[in-house]
Design a protein around this ligand. Structure first.
Ligand SMILES: C[S@@+](CC[C@H](N)C(=O)[O-])C[C@H]1O[C@@H](n2cnc3c(N)ncnc32)[C@H](O)[C@@H]1O
Length: 456
């Protein structure tokens, strides 16, 4: 056998690295919003990603990243010369250039934020799936100091701890911690845990999770590697420390209780150690309802819940397919599967598998039986080409894809199309007001099964 030919690596000609452009102030016309919480502008032919600006504005932007020879720069709008009508004073005092990196759009009305997110979703589908989608981003009820203000919705917040032991959030694309007294997008319960008023010793991060069961929030501290955490007294919270061996209880419970009601049925969930649960209080019911509407599961059907967490969609699918049906849930976190087992033990039609989705989908029995409906809710990176191919191989009549990154969703949409599954409905929800994040629920069906509109 002749040796395999050696692959030549193609290299791009290196751009000359010029002097650091950071701190340079430039005046630019701000163009369209782009994925990631910034808008696109051009300066002397170079692309500049400008934060704290809105499309159509003219601003002075200060370069935050980039050298003279670089292809693009990043910048912050530091002075607005011509403002968009939807520009507002950020409600949070640390939302601005060089300050907290937690929010991206505090300078726009919540309605304008939703328009920006809709534009981003549409752009991702155009670019990555070659599809024109007409999508609007739906406002989520709940949270807020006042209805629709986009504040006090975050029931889970991970705070960083600075060298002095103060809690806060990191600056944008930086390790620097901006110490906070309040975080206006976090719920009163999260802030009321007391973590922002206290100092922590030898702690890297402090996660706070407030459940909907009304119990005290759970605070989980992660110590600096190789040290012992020094924790303040937190009278209004349960406290635990994350150790290499697992979760060490300091006081109260090591889990959070959640209750949701969808289509007249209530379910209780247990979420251990600040594990994954949707962060907006309206999200579980809103997404649950959207998934059911996308799949229309029927009594007796076989449903598959991929990346199932503690079993949110599993429970709803189990109600829908009934005792004669079957729901297989696959989740990579053993702890989440243990939680699901505790919460869903009464539902005999539910089967829980702990393990990687990509491996589960190669199971002979699953491949032989197939599935009638599939919901998948992967992490930000999406499901990917192989997982999408394996799902299509199960020949479901409908697939509901819950996505927290529209780029990953659009990429996987293109892969699904390659296997004969077409987009047959797309909804988007503003489950992360003030940030650039947006949650989508897409419905896919086999190409031949898309109903054609009646002929005139
Ligand atoms: C976005 S969460 C969705 C959880 C759940 N559907 C919900 O709404 O509560 C994604 C879940 O996928 C799990 N996960 C990530 N990668 C995985 C993989 N390769 N295989 C199985 N589970 C995975 C994570 O542990 C996490 O629970």
């Amino acid at each position: 056998m002749s040796p395999a030919p050696t692959r030549r690596r193609r290299t791009r000609p290196a751009r000359p690295a010029g002097p650091d452009a950071r701190g340079t102030e430039i005046e630019v016309e701000v163009g369209p919003v782009a994925h990631g919480g910034h808008c696109v502008a051009r300066h002397e032919g170079r692309v500049v990603f400008v934060r704290h600006a809105l499309p159509g504005e003219r601003v002075v932007a200060r370069v935050t990243e980039g050298a003279e020879g670089a292809k693009f720069w990043r910048a912050d709008a530091v002075r607005v010369l011509r403002a968009d009508a939807a520009r507002v004073e950020p409600p949070c005092p640390v939302a601005g250039p060089g300050l907290c990196g937690g929010c991206d759009f505090q300078h726009a009305t919540p309605a304008r934020q939703r328009e920006l997110k809709a534009a981003v979703v549409a752009e991702q589908f155009r670019r990555l799936a070659s599809l024109d989608v007409d999508v609007s981003v739906e406002e989520a009820p709940g949270g807020g100091e006042e209805p629709g203000d986009g504040l006090r919705w975050r029931t889970r917040t991970q705070f960083a701890v600075d060298a002095e032991g103060r809690t806060g959030l990191r600056a944008h694309r930086s390790h620097a911690v901006v110490a906070l007294q309040d975080c206006p997008i976090s719920t009163r319960a999260v802030v009321g845990s007391g973590v922002l008023a206290q100092r922590f010793g030898n702690v890297e991060t402090v996660e706070v999770a407030a459940g909907s069961d009304g119990a005290a929030p759970l605070v989980v501290a992660t110590p600096v590697v190789g040290t012992h955490a020094h924790l303040p007294k937190l009278a209004a919270a349960s406290v635990a420390v994350r150790t290499p061996e697992g979760l060490h209880r300091v006081s109260g419970r090591t889990w959070v209780g959640e209750r949701i009601g969808v289509r007249g049925r209530e379910h209780d969930f247990r979420v251990s150690g600040a594990g994954f649960w949707q962060v907006h209080p309206a999200a579980p019911a809103l997404l649950g309802e959207a998934v059911l509407a996308a799949l229309e599961p029927r009594a007796g059907e076989r449903a598959l819940d991929l990346y199932s967490g503690v079993g949110l969609f599993t429970a709803l699918l189990a109600d829908a397919v009934g005792a004669e049906g079957h729901v297989l849930a696959v989740e990579g976190s053993e702890r989440a599967v243990r939680d699901a087992r505790k919460s869903l033990h009464a539902l005999e039609q539910v089967e829980l598998w702990a393990g990687a989705v990509e491996e589960a989908l190669t199971d002979d029995e699953l491949v032989r039986r197939g599935a009638d409906v599939v919901v998948l809710d992967p992490p930000r990176s999406g499901a990917g080409r192989d997982t999408v191919a394996a799902i299509a191989g199960l020949a479901p009549r409908a697939v509901a894809y819950v996505a927290c990154d529209p780029a990953a969703l659009a990429r996987d949409t293109a892969f699904l199309a390659g296997h004969g599954y077409v987009l047959d409905g797309l909804r988007a929800f503003d489950l992360f007001p003030m940030t650039h994040h947006v949650e989508c629920v897409a419905r896919f069906v086999r190409a031949a099964t898309v109903p054609t509109p009646p002929q005139a």
